[in-house]
Ligand binder design. Sequence first.
Ligand code: AMP
Ligand code: MG
Length: 348
Amino acid sequence: MKRLGALLASLLLAGSLTACGGAAAQEMQSVQVFAMDTVMGLQACGGETEAALAAAEDEIYRLDEALSRTREDSAVSRLNSAAAGTPVDVGEELHDLIARALDFSAATDGAFDITLAPVSSAWGFTEDVYRVPEDAELAALLACVGAEHVHLEEGTAVSLDQGTRIDLGAIAKGYASDRMAAIYQEHGITHGIVDLGGNTWVCGGNLEGEPWQIGIQDPARPAGSLAGILEASDAFAVTSGGYQRYFEENGQVYHHIIDPATGRPAESGLTSVTVVADGTAGNGTMCDALSTALFVMGEDRALELWRSGVYDFDLILVTEDGRLLATAGIADRFRPDDSAGYAYEVVS
Ligand code: AMP
Ligand code: MG
């Protein structure tokens, strides 16, 4: 079961798409793309709009192939199917992305873990054939899970230990949003929004010269119901939540974000985590990795990482016990939606 609540941002903005560019006014143009199992919306105005959108669309399809572990010919698949310990040249882009993923594992005490692939498969999330694995099956799979089983080799090669396989699903859209930001910049786009399904990047402000408004989905209500609205310009905002993908068996809900410590869907007391950061190159990837990791880590550890200053970001958290938290850095740009009924707190 999937919900595509992520197109909220574009929906909210639809009313403000008129023209930009002053004297040489241009229309806001948009394309919709289906890739990475997600409906994606791209809008742009100013600069070489058509060329930017065409290049952005091509790039999304390229990354969908390159970073997929279900396409046999992708570099990820070649790595996953190589004999244990064999260095596989995955190219500079994937090598660098895997290196960053390993850094995020270290910074989150292993909560972010690209080696959960066999565990996600055991739950059926990769193939959409859902089942609840036995404890013994999970224990056996967890023996091959952990960043220590991934080795950065000479040049642009990577090797994996016996039984280890990687899945970049928690970071691929964030990386794609970084690439979108680079393409928009190359083409001189002045206003735009890229919504890659829970991963939003806003370029400049809106056409009225104000910040864009990004809707944050209420994890407890149907798609389109908001927990609040974030105002942002030149920023990334990425949401992870159990509601985005889950199945039910015998009255129990099992979602897709796995706690590497247990091999089971994370039960951290959070129902949604949104990570917000400025438009600096690389921040799309960071927001995506951290939103997944902090969902696993829970409120206290998430806020601890925020306060540590290791990464520069802000947070919107929704808790199982009915609270909505925003960190001080974005509190003046976030408006909770009263109809969601959360007790709102600003954290400093
Ligand atoms: P996201 O939607 O960015 O939070 O990523 C969730 C996806 O990443 C899941 O569908 C899995 O493919 C994978 N995944 C699940 N748990 C983790 C985790 N703890 N660390 C890294 N990737 C994960
Ligand atoms: Mg993520």
